[in-house]
Design a protein around this ligand. Structure first.
Ligand code: PMP
Length: 446
């Protein structure tokens, strides 16, 4: 037994070394890390071999998923995302350089005024101790009322878990509901953390690529074909970061139906719902017991720094997520929960109007400078293709940063090397200045 195991370790070393070499070649020729077709081919061969050997195919494909993930890890160790550009921009600012931030999704306006008074009163209110891992009962009750009214659904406090930002709910949902070797479907372009959470937990991501030409609409057929016995979850994020796309309702209905038929979890990240320009349907409205919806105060209430969000799901799912949250955090800071509870009372319609106007300015300028994009239905970004020979978003974002403009490279959101994401989170004057700079840098790059 020892001998066989050691042989496997030798083979793993050889496989990893080859994966590294292939990674370098892919990078040089501008190819993305994951090649779904290639992986499918290999999967087919593994399944055929299992039949010959009379070996359980589920175990073998889980093992294959482990190997594929190891290749993805070694090939994407230096992947650059909006976060890496943001961190570099922050360092440059500390050195005294002026940067226009169009790379991150962080509204520049203030949280609602009630947040300020809540900050002052929380000490006297006494929300200062350890508390339930799912979040304070009064806050979860307020959230469930808010959600029930907003979406016309029946939700109780047992259906809510409070987390430090939606990010942590996404992490706990993926990590607790799925096991190593399981598969999760992600429609790209996508916020990078879904994939990274999966990779971190040994879960294989099946990517469904969408294109500008198809107006970022995914093919339900393609999703259907990627489902197998290891598939456990599909992730949705509409309005989408980075494209601003809202799914056609029929397509969304079909995807949820597909999930129902195949007993898959639907993780629907709806943190941009307050910023939808067109009609939009929450996954909560499907009344599907295996759905998990994430929400956050970061964007809707401009409270990014408070780190507060929540998830809505069946109470059994919430209990599982709460176990991991208790292990990692004990509970979310009580003073912050109190402040967010107060923020729920604020009228935030002004925020969505402001963002809509800014997005309109950005759209106008992007058209003027000849960027190729689909007009977003919501969120706060434009995901644009730059039609220049050999355009490389990472190289471009780094050179723009040296000139004082931060934009996000498309590569962070999937295989979109010739795209950049521009965010509308500054006031209109700054946005126009930034877009003029972008136009100049693009002309020089030609
Ligand atoms: N989901 C998406 C799609 C996001 O863009 C972000 C943040 N940019 C998050 C989740 C995380 O938000 P939070 O600040 O609530 O953790």
């Amino acid at each position: 037994m020892d001998e066989i195991t050691l042989q496997m370790i030798h083979l793993l070393k050889t496989r990893t070394d080859i994966a590294k070499e292939i990674g370098k070649i892919k990078k040089n020729i501008g190819k993305g890390v994951t090649d779904e077709l290639r992986e499918d081919n290999l999967r087919g061969k593994v399944i055929a071999l299992c039949k010959d050997l009379e070996l359980d195919e589920t175990i073998a494909t889980k093992f294959l998923n482990f190997l594929l993930n190891e290749s993805v890890k070694v090939q994407s160790s230096d992947k650059q995302t909006h976060l890496s550009i943001f961190l570099k921009a922050k360092t440059l600012e500390e050195q005294g350089k002026k940067i226009i931030h169009m790379e991150v999704g962080e509204p520049d306006f203030l949280p609602p005024p009630i947040v300020k008074s809540a900050l002052e009163e929380v000490f006297d209110e006494g929300f200062l101790k350890y508390g339930p891992s799912k979040g304070m009962t009064v806050f979860r009750e307020a959230l469930s009322k808010h959600i029930s009214n907003k979406f016309n659904v029946k939700t109780t406090s047992d259906n809510i878990i409070v987390s430090p930002g939606a990010r942590f709910s996404i992490f706990t949902a993926i990590t607790t509901l799925l096991n190593p070797g399981d598969e999760m479907i992600v429609i790209e372009p996508a916020w990078p953390a879904y994939k990274d959470c999966a990779l971190n937990s040994g879960i294989k991501v099946r990517t469904i690529g969408t294109t500008l030409e198809d107006k970022w609409e995914p093919s339900v057929e393609q999703i259907k074909n990627s489902i197998n016995s290891n598939t456990k979850m599909i992730v949705l994020n509409y309005p989408n970061n980075p494209t601003g796309k809202i799914l056609d309702e029929k397509v969304q209905d079909d995807i949820v139906e597909l999930a129902r038929k195949n007993n898959l979890y639907v993780l629907s990240d709806e943190i941009y719902s307050e910023y939808s320009k067109n009609s939009w349907k929450s996954v909560l409205n499907y009344n599907y017991e295996k759905s998990i919806v994430t929400q956050s105060f970061s964007k809707s209430h401009a409270m990014t720094g408070f780190r507060i969000g929540y998830a809505i799901a069946d109470s059994k799912i919430i209990e599982k997520m709460a176990k991991l949250e208790a292990l990692c955090l004990t509970n979310v800071s009580e003073p912050i929960q109190y402040i967010a509870m107060k923020a729920l009372e604020a009228d935030i319609s002004n925020n969505s109007n402001t963002m809509k106007n800014r997005l309109d300015v950005l759209i106008q300028k992007a058209k003027e400078i000849g960027l190729d994009f689909v007009t977003p239905d919501g969120a706060m970004y434009i995901f644009a293709r730059v039609n220049q020979n050999d355009f490389d978003g990472v190289r471009f974002a780094n050179s723009a940063l040296e000139r004082g403009l931060a934009v996000a490279p498309g590569e962070g959101f999937g295989n979109y090397k010739n795209f950049i994401r521009i965010s509308a989170c500054q006031d209109e004057k700054i946005l126009i200045e930034g877009m003029n700079m972008l136009s100049n840098i693009m002309s020089e790059n030609k």
